[in-house]
Design a protein around this ligand. Structure first.
Ligand SMILES: [Ca+2]
Length: 442
């Protein structure tokens, strides 16, 4: 009896569960930093040599870069992917929501916040929501305990096409309209840090979807005119500062090893290029949808590594579910996959070999392995025309042609035929099994 008591005592003291694997599987805090309109080449770790991003550079050295991480061409689509683990078409979320729209992310969807809520995480969304501005679609009704920020994009301002003044929310209250945008990055950062401090003793999930670097650009006095890349560079450097503030708070609170931080963006850059890719925001060329992505979790994610496998924002929800030990909904189809194997070992092999590219609700292209296929634009197909400058079906080998400039369709009719079939089948499956978006009854 004494021996058993001693053993129980030891187990309590050392947190030994009798199962080494379980003991190692402590669930992390999660900070998800989501930038608006940041392209692949906008920061140092992904090749930008003009802006100074020392905090993101350090992040890359201490974590893992993903070079084939997919979002979608525009804002609301990507946020739907992120929040549901599904392609936006699966949950019927079209391109961009506007203040006049009476739709939003269906409250019956199980969001990322609702997933971690199963394990009693404290949750907040600080920044731009953009999944419907009616109360039933907003963060407080979609699994978040706290919201501070804008319901939609920062260019949806009073007077533009009859739009109302842009509201800034604190939880469900509008506290200002048309806020000074040069202060948003700073204010969001302060609110996120405040939440981390308040909830440091329990697991937390901070979703930080910044308003910058979406037009109209604005930077605070500390950054305005300081970069070598004009105002866009100033906003990027302020975002880098914000990341640094978050990271130093985690260190100060001794939460560094117990917190996963993910940094990525919702779509390609607006009005500039994303080398080595072709295309930018709004297109399904790689420059429009392949995003800078980094993940950092000391002791778990190997430092200074790079993962080249296909991944994307649809994979975030199933991955976080695994990390926190939550159940995925069993009554519906999810498109994303758990990519924890890649996070622990970037060479562990692909989790999925296929990615679908949507233009709004229309399937526009498909990638399988290194082949990317755009259908013929005949019949008004959204996949081609202005994007590839090809009217017939086009295929590109992304292992050697990141710029999608060399259409190999003629020389590879078998590949074209296989991908054409795959494109059709996958598009039809989603069309058949899609779920409705939320409609505001009014
Ligand atoms: Ca965006």
């Amino acid at each position: 009896m004494k021996l058993i008591t001693s053993l129980v005592f030891l187990m309590l003291v050392f947190g030994w569960s009798g199962n080494g694997e379980a003991a190692n599987r402590a669930t992390p805090n999660i900070v998800l930093i989501f930038i608006d309109d940041m392209g692949y080449a906008d920061i140092g770790p992904f090749g930008n040599t003009e802006v100074k991003t020392p905090n993101l550079d350090r992040f890359a050295k201490e974590g893992m870069k993903f070079t084939s991480f997919y979002a979608t061409p525009v804002c609301s689509m990507s946020r739907a992917c992120l929040m549901t683990g599904c392609y936006n078409a699966r949950v019927s979320m079209p391109g961009v929501l506007f203040p006049r729209d009476n739709v939003g992310l269906n409250p019956s969807e199980v969001t990322l916040a609702e997933i971690v809520k199963q394990k009693d995480y404290a949750t907040c969304a600080i920044g731009k929501w953009h999944l419907g501005h009616h109360p039933e679609f907003m963060p407080l009704r979609q699994g978040f305990d706290r919201f501070f920020g804008l319901p939609y994009s920062n260019d949806m301002l009073a007077g533009r096409n009859g739009m109302p003044p842009l509201p800034l929310y604190d939880n469900d209250q509008v506290i200002e309209t048309e806020p000074d945008q040069s202060q948003l990055t700073k204010r969001y950062t302060e609110k996120a840090i405040e939440f981390i401090r308040q909830h440091q003793s329990k697991p937390f999930f901070v979703y930080l979807p910044h308003t910058m670097i979406h037009f109209p650009l604005a930077a605070s006095a500390d950054f305005l005119g300081k970069s070598k890349m004009g105002l866009i560079g100033d906003t990027i450097e302020e975002i880098d500062w914000s990341v640094g503030q978050i990271m130093s708070t985690l260190k100060e609170l001794n939460l560094d090893d117990s917190t996963l931080v993910v940094f990525t963006s919702d779509n390609g850059p607006a009005r500039r290029e994303a080398p080595p890719f072709r295309g930018n925001k709004g297109t399904n060329l790689e420059g429009g949808v392949r995003e800078p992505c980094m993940m950092r979790w000391p002791g778990k994610i190997p430092a200074g590594t790079t993962c080249h496998e296909i991944a994307g924002n649809i994979d975030i929800l199933p991955t976080f579910a695994t990390l926190v030990g939550a159940e995925l909904p069993q009554d519906r189809v999810l498109d994303g996959r758990d990519i924890t194997s890649l996070m622990y070992d970037p060479k562990s092999g692909p989790v999925r070999d296929t990615h679908l590219y949507y233009s709004g609700l229309k399937l526009a292209a498909i990638r399988q392995g290194n082949w990317k296929y755009f259908p013929s634009s005949v019949g008004g197909n959204a996949g081609n025309n202005k994007q590839t400058n090809e009217s017939k079906a086009a295929i590109y080998d992304l292992s050697s042609d990141l710029g999608e400039s060399n259409n190999l369709a003629k020389a590879n009719p078998d590949v074209v035929a296989k991908l054409e079939q795959e494109f059709k089948a996958r598009g039809e499956e989603i069309e058949t099994n899609k779920r409705p978006m939320g409609r505001h009854a009014d």
